[in-house]
Write a protein that binds this ligand. Sequence first.
Ligand SMILES: Cc1cc2nc3c(=O)[nH]c(=O)nc-3n(C[C@H](O)[C@H](O)[C@H](O)COP(=O)(O)O)c2cc1C
Length: 366
Amino acid sequence: MLDLVYQKILKPIFFCFDPEFIHDFTMSSFLYLKPIYPLINLGFSHPDLQVKLAGKSLTSPIGLASGFDKNALYLDSIKALGFAFEEIGSVTRYPSIGNPKPRLFRLIEDEGLINRMGLNNLGIESISQRLLMSKHNFPYGINIAKTNNLAQPIDNEIEDILASFNYVKDLQCLYIAINLSCPNTKSGIIQEGKLINDLLKEIQQANSNNLPIFLKLSPDTSPDLVETFVDLGIRYNVQGYICGNTSVSRINLKTNSSLLTRYGNGGLSGKPIKQANLNLVRSVYKLKLADQEIIGCGGIFTGSDVFQYLIAGANVVQAYTGLIYQGPMFTQKANHKLLKLLNKYDLTVEKSIGILHDGFSFSDFP
Ligand SMILES: Cc1cc2nc3c(=O)[nH]c(=O)nc-3n(C[C@H](O)[C@H](O)[C@H](O)COP(=O)(O)O)c2cc1C
């Protein structure tokens, strides 16, 4: 019923307005329903869906990706929407207003988005303070990135990211993600192995609580550089990799080219990037150590997408654009379908992770 209302009534209305305005409007309106969140229960749980990430048990493999709750305002709402965890951020050392608006666009025909938000957030000091004071027990990771301050560019990115890390290293979080792959800032995607080497060395020296570290990679990174990043991840004992971020590519889109030109630069997300990000998962799975983990992300709309990511090697997945197009029933529908697929092949989430690498292909799991 709620699904029908979203698809037939709410979505057509929402899609008449600016996407960033609608995001802020719906999320802040949803906060008014907080007293009845326990009654809403949009989650779906089953023992076969349970999975571990960074040593902690999650009720399902579906989390919310970075960028949706940049300032850690909506953890209770995200839990009410049935997600098993969320990634806060990206958060930066200094507050940033991000790039000029408009900076978020829908590619409706492609079921995608283009964004050049530019890491707008309230800064690590106020966000870590908020997390410290909050009392919820919803699992969250924190994604940290280099400050994107257009007026006063940061010279020393290692110092900048390390300062953010020092603010969060004592929090009870699931993991810290380091965003190496934001295409929407002046410095763009980090393309240098040396920089990552020096950054990870400093971070692990400061990591007195042994917080699990994940590196967020880009589908646009060359295979050689992906190999370098994974080698460095192994050398510095990171927990895993997030595969991956948005893409600057515009190939094979149905949206007409004049509209794309009007929207301009930005990271593409949603259905058009699914294949590239799935390929990134497959490549990283072959390079990483067996006990390192992968968080798959990119174009996940359905339980079949989640299943494909799991068998390609992801331990869990995250979504952002899928929630916008599928609406509030997104996690419930996806988990339901995922469970059906797991039952069909006599698997659980844990047993399905990476089985494609045991000599199978996607066509073996129609
Ligand atoms: C509006 C928007 C803002 C985003 N902001 C961030 C961000 O701040 N940090 C980050 O690591 N990824 C960010 N992302 C990327 C998402 O976390 C995710 O990696 C990407 O959108 C692919 O997943 P999807 O196809 O499910 O959206 C953003 C994505 C969107 C659509």
